[in-house]
Design a protein around this ligand. Structure first.
Ligand code: C2E
Ligand code: MG
Ligand code: MG
Ligand code: MG
Length: 288
């Protein structure tokens, strides 16, 4: 075969691609086994009300402790689970586990669970949620679900009927990563959202006037639409203070706590409540 210069990139590309496919197939098999072998776990990250100075709930976030590769991030294995259909099983597992664990907490806090857009293609999603609530005994009013804008790419009638059903059951429905997807603002009024989560990309650099402007307009929008609003990805006191000054009260981020295992929930509650008078004192000062 000719070894022309133009073919060289292809010669490198094909084996690399084969290797990638191979790795992907291996990870898919590993993921199937992971659920049975209890390598999958839920971590919890608190979200707070800075006005009332208290934790109001925890978001459940999947972790995969892979025996050979250490902890694999959800940004890696969730897309894989979505492509292979495993997300349905994984999603139900997470929902049932989160509902069950929330019933063991010391107080009646909210539990927020992420649902993939792919799960909305399942004919049994509403039933699965009902069953998770019934089996755990968790009141529906404590369960929040988080969906992203990718939900609105297609099949909006089906999505609307599922969300409407969730709403009538008493769940809180949050729009996660708001402002990063295929947004048409119209869906905010057409679909029954209770809460908007301002994406962390807007919070990260709050010194940029553009990001302040975006945050301010989302806060205005949520007020006009009578929706709750929460900012995610808060890492510094400065970000907290600016958000508070802009009128945001619900917050979540590493500044309050990183996601931690279920067993650490009592610790996280104590830790945050101890920090109101120093680390988070800024919001108390702003109240006066
Ligand atoms: P998300 O739902 O937007 O979750 C927030 C992500 O930001 C989490 O990453 C969290 O650990 C991280 N985070 C929280 N506070 C901060 C902060 O102050 N700074 C920074 N840099 N990051 C922060 P994680 O746990 O890696 O999850 C990534 C994404 O994976 C989630 O984004 C969610 O879309 C998805 N995911 C996680 N668990 C589930 C699940 O059970 N089901 C589904 N469908 N998706 C899930
Ligand atoms: Mg989320
Ligand atoms: Mg998010
Ligand atoms: Mg996200």
């Amino acid at each position: 075969a000719k070894e022309g210069g133009r073919r060289r990139p292809l010669r490198r590309f094909v084996p690399a691609m084969r290797e990638r496919l191979q790795r992907r197939r291996e990870m898919e098999l590993d993921l199937r086994a992971a659920l049975e072998e209890e390598q999958i776990e839920l971590f919890y990250q608190p979200f707070i009300d800075a006005g009332q100075r208290r934790v109001i709930g925890f978001e459940a976030l999947l972790r995969w402790r892979h025996p050979g590769q250490g902890t694999i991030a959800p940004s890696v294995f969730i897309p894989l689970a979505e492509e292979t259909g495993l997300i349905e099983q994984l999603g139900i597992w997470a929902l049932e586990k989160a509902c069950h664990q929330a019933t063991q907490w010391p107080t009646d806090l909210a539990i927020s669970v992420n649902l993939s857009a792919v799960q909305f293609q399942s004919a049994t999603l509403v039933e699965d949620v009902r069953r998770a609530l019934a089996a755990s005994g968790l009141p529906a009013s404590r369960l929040q679900i988080e969906v992203t804008e990718s939900l609105f790419i297609d099949e909006s009638d089906k999505v609307l009927s599922i969300l409407t059903e969730f709403r009538s059951m008493g769940l809180t429905i949050s729009m996660d990563d708001f402002g990063t997807g295929y947004s048409s603002l119209g869906y905010l009024s057409r679909f029954p959202f209770d809460k908007i989560k301002i994406d962390q990309s807007f919070v990260r650099d709050m010194r940029r006037p553009e990001n302040i402007a975006i945050v301010r307009s989302v806060l205005g929008l949520s007020k006009a639409l009578e929706m709750q609003v929460i900012a995610e990805g808060i890492e510094t006191e400065e970000q907290m203070r600016i958000l508070y000054e802009e009128g945001c009260r619900e917050m979540q981020g590493y500044y309050f706590s990183r996601p931690r295992p279920a067993a650490d929930i009592p610790l996280m509650l104590v830790d945050i409540s101890n920090r109101w008078n120093h680390d988070f004192a800024v919001t108390e000062a702003l109240r006066r």
